[in-house]
Design a binder for this molecule. Structure first.
Ligand code: BZD
Length: 838
């Protein structure tokens, strides 16, 4: 068969020699890559040279799997999931690829001849920080599960040149440093300039009549930008499936204007290049929408248009027309950031492929599905009409038309209800006019989901109530999950070994199998080894903390950890109130018997978020005083670890005893850190918020430290006119704590520094810290007591791990596949000459 595919694989039949998986072949490949790619002799190679050589060695071993996967998809004309996300927070690739390929030990041996340890080379990798937090990390877990479950999928996003900033702490304050993740090259990606596409911006539209007498619209843009795809293989665990994460880089179509250059305008000659390249230059470091920043809208439209054009190109390669587009593609919108895709697919179908409106709308509606990630009403994305219309004039027209037809239908259902119309409208006309992106996503999608049971219920009751009334059948819940390959196997090898020794290794792909551990809770030896493992991991973290920030912490103390973006609703400052309470008690009663604790914080604040940055300063100020107070004698230690990211997460989750999940009920959509902690044997102190509720259901109420108001109570209290001063004046200890912070005690006598924070709590307290304070303090006392009984604590920890099966992203992805995407696994068979996985 002389098809292009079969001629394509011919030249690399020397497979075993080039990419075999045995130690000797890997050793040879490593030396080869060091010389021929890095241009270094082994004697002169730096650690980074060796890392790069190893990364290329592993990438080579992914390539046949990757190409075979893509070929199989084409040949079988499969249905494909496209996960559209402005963020993919994938974390370092090397260790996970080794684990998924099943060649960790071989590579360990092969590397040993360099005199270095594999772990040192793994630590060398600069992580791609292409996301802010949970939303971006969820997208990465989902790619892992899609490949592991052998589902045809593409992750589409933006190849930011600069990801989330690196965080340094200077004098207790956050300082943002540009993230230069690409400066030494990225061995995991392959650029595909031949698959570049063009994207229009600005200008105007005009109507014309085509040769068949049809009215049509034409978009005459102001400028056109080129999108170049950069592909990274995402290999599944012990399967041959390697899906693609395709990230778009923006470039100028014509990078140099000779006309302007010849007229002496030397800077002007590269204007276009500079502007075009700016689009994928930097990730916006806000974990809330950035209202009204034109460049952000350019980013969104850029990657969405590139991605849809790419799908259409692939589709037309295998199919005669786009009539079947929705049968072959299921496109998931990761929040509203890519929701302009609804209008863009309409534009492509109507303007470029000459579909009529109704047919185009049918295809569009059956293609998209939308995941919501937030309940904060102020966080719903909206674009001022002025910006939207100027940047995307043709899409503006299409959105008006979608809205017009949508509202006509609504008028039939609710004939005399203008309020309803204006609440449902895609255009917000209550003041300055806006496009409401969530409304566009709801109208243009076949399915809408929240990310935890409570969150979905609140969407239906509250944020998206009007849409739920209209199309209840579109709504469903898909509780988040995380991948056990990264968040247990890769990050916690010691626990992995201990579990596998008892129950085999099936749990890695079937996390429900962890239930088997329940048989060992009463096994004293197992609990002993469980504790030894935890201690060793904590000792490692203690060393790391000493190295990074020069604070000595004792691994036998309770490690109480809160790592996540800094946000008032996440209430890191409630945690601080507890710390200061304990400190205050110890000062007044130096012999008080408390459970010694090490409080560990990590997280970045949006650069423009004053209160979040002040919370970081508060944590560091409290840490400085307490850590250096000799009367405390190490019973309390507070550490803020700078630059929290995926790599550091992998270090800290396994070392935690206590997981802080203390958001105001009804504010955290789901949380995913809560799952990672629990999977690694930490117990949770938490509110009835997001996925905490489901975690508690699974592990059992008796194995979870619950405190705080419920969502209903929060609403009721707010409705009754919540007054934080009542708590301030009636709770002596709380008042003492707030006064201590306000007095300047932690700020070298500067009583103005934390005033805004303290005043905000006393006079406004939008996240109800004061209402939850006592309940939190009492609950923490219970935690302290429980920790004193180490045998008991180990039982609870083992039960937590044993009952976390539900929170594998494999479970989430199976539900998406069955209930939203309707896609099937596709087995990938490697050609005989490629050595099978070990
Ligand atoms: O999404 C988070 C929610 O806050 C978590 O509760 C939830 O678990 C995860 C995953 O569903 N949301 C975000 O992380 N949001 C962002 O990062 C973000 C980024 C840009 C703009 C708006 C929000």
């Amino acid at each position: 068969d002389p098809s292009p595919e079969s001629t394509f694989v011919c030249p690399i039949i020397i497979e075993d020699d080039r990419t075999g998986l045995d130690t000797e072949t890997i050793r040879r490949a490593l030396r080869d890559n060091l010389l021929y790619i890095q241009g270094k002799l082994p004697e002169l190679a730096s650690k980074n040279d060796l890392y790069m050589a190893l990364a290329y060695t592993i990438r080579d071993r992914l390539l046949q799997r990757w190409l075979t996967t893509q070929q199989t998809y084409l040949k079988k004309d499969v249905r494909t999931v496209c996960y559209l996300s402005a963020e993919f927070l994938v974390g370092p690739h090397l260790a996970n690829n080794l684990i998924n390929l099943g060649i960790y030990e071989q590579v360990q041996k092969a590397v040993s001849e360099s005199g270095l340890k594999l772990e040192e080379l793994i630590a060398q990798e600069e992580e791609p920080g292409l996301g802010n937090g949970g939303l971006g990390r969820l997208a990465a877990c989902y790619l892992d599960s899609l490949s592991t479950l052998e589902i045809p999928a593409i992750g589409y996003g933006i190849r930011y040149e600069f990801g989330i900033f690196d965080q340094e702490i200077h004098d207790g304050w956050q300082v943002e440093i540009t993230d230069k993740w690409l400066q030494y090259g990225n061995p995991w990606e392959i650029a595909r300039p031949e698959a570049g596409v063009e994207v229009k911006f600005g200008g105007y539209t005009e109507s014309y009549t085509d040769e068949n007498g049809n009215y049509r619209s034409r978009w005459i843009p102001d400028y056109v930008v080129k999108g170049i795809p950069y592909d990274t293989p995402i290999l599944g665990y012990r399967v041959n499936t390697a899906n693609t994460m395709r990230l778009w880089k923006s470039e100028a179509c014509e990078s140099f204007d000779f006309g302007r250059f010849n007229r002496g305008d030397y800077y002007g000659a590269v204007d276009n290049k500079v502007h075009s390249e700016n689009i994928s230059k930097v990730l916006y470091p806000n974990d809330e929408p950035i209202q009204g920043k034109e460049l952000r809208l350019e980013q969104q439209y850029f990657f969405v248009s590139c991605s849809l054009q790419d799908m259409i190109r692939i589709h037309l390669h295998e199919n005669p027309s786009l009539n079947s587009f929705h049968q072959k593609w299921s496109v998931q919108l990761n929040d509203t950031h890519p929701s302009v895709g609804v209008a863009e697919l309409m534009r492509l179908l109507i303007d470029v492929h000459h579909f009529d409106w109704d047919k185009a709308w049918f295809i569009t509606q059956n293609t998209f599905a939308y995941t919501n990630h937030t309940l904060l009403p102020e966080a719903l994305e909206k674009w001022p009409l002025s910006i939207f219309g100027r940047l995307l004039p043709r899409l503006m027209e299409i959105i008006y038309e979608i809205n017009h037809r949508f509202l006509d239908k609504i008028r039939i259902i609710y004939p005399h209800d203008d309020g309803k119309i204006s609440r449902l409208s895609i255009i917000d006309e209550s003041g300055e006019k806006y496009v409401r992106m969530a409304h566009l996503a709801c109208v243009g999608s076949q399915a809408i989901n929240g990310v935890a049971a409570l969150h979905t219920e609140l969407l239906k009751k509250d944020v998206l109530r009007n849409f739920y009334e209209l199309f209840p059948e579109k709504f469903s819940n898909k509780t988040n999950g995380v991948t056990p390959r990264r968040w247990i196997v890769s990050s916690n090898p010691r626990l992995t070994f201990a579990i596998t020794e008892k129950i085999g290794e099936n749990w890695i792909k079937h996390l429900e199998d962890l239930r088997g551990l329940e048989n060992y809770v009463d096994d004293g030896e197992f609990r002993d080894s469980w504790r030894r493992i935890k201690y060793d991991i904590k000792a490692d973290l203690a060393n790391y903390i000493d190295k990074k920030v020069g604070i000595k912490v004792d691994p036998s103390t309770l490690f109480d950890v809160q790592v996540k973006r800094i946000h008032e609703y996440k209430r890191q400052h409630l945690n601080v109130l507890h710390i200061v309470t304990l400190y205050h008690r110890l000062k007044n009663n130096p012999n008080l018997d408390i459970t010694p604790r090490t409080f560990i914080f990590g997280g970045k604040a949006a650069p423009g978020y004053f209160m979040a940055k002040l919370i970081i300063k508060l944590i560091n100020s409290v840490a400085e005083v307490i850590d250096n107070d000799p009367t405390i004698g190490g019973r309390l230690k507070v550490v803020f670890l700078p630059d929290y990211n995926v790599t550091f997460g992998q270090r800290v989750y396994p070392a935690a005893d206590l997981s802080e999940q203390i958001s105001t009920a009804g504010k955290e959509a789901s949380g995913t850190g809560n799952m990672k902690f629990s999977m690694n044997g930490a117990l949770t102190i938490g509110t009835l918020d997001g996925a905490n509720i489901e975690i508690r259901e699974e592990v059992g109420a008796e194995n979870f430290f619950l405190f705080g108001l419920t969502t209903e109570e929060v609403y009721a209290k707010k409705a009754a006119g919540y007054n934080p001063q009542e708590y301030y004046y009636h709770n002596e200890e709380l008042r003492a704590v707030l006064d201590l912070i306000g007095s300047g005690f932690f700020s070298r006598g500067d009583s103005s520094l934390f005033r805004p924070l303290v005043d905000n709590l006393i006079y406004d307290d939008p996240y109800m810290l004061l209402a939850d304070y006592q309940s939190y303090i009492d609950c923490q006392e219970g935690v302290g007591r429980a920790y004193k009984d180490q045998e008991h604590w180990s039982r609870l920890a083992i039960l937590n791990v044993a009952r976390m099966g539900k929170f594998s992203s494999d479970r989430s992805i199976r539900q998406y596949c069955e209930e939203i995407w309707r896609v099937q696994p596709v087995k990938i068979e490697l050609p005989d000459y490629i050595q099978a996985n070990a």
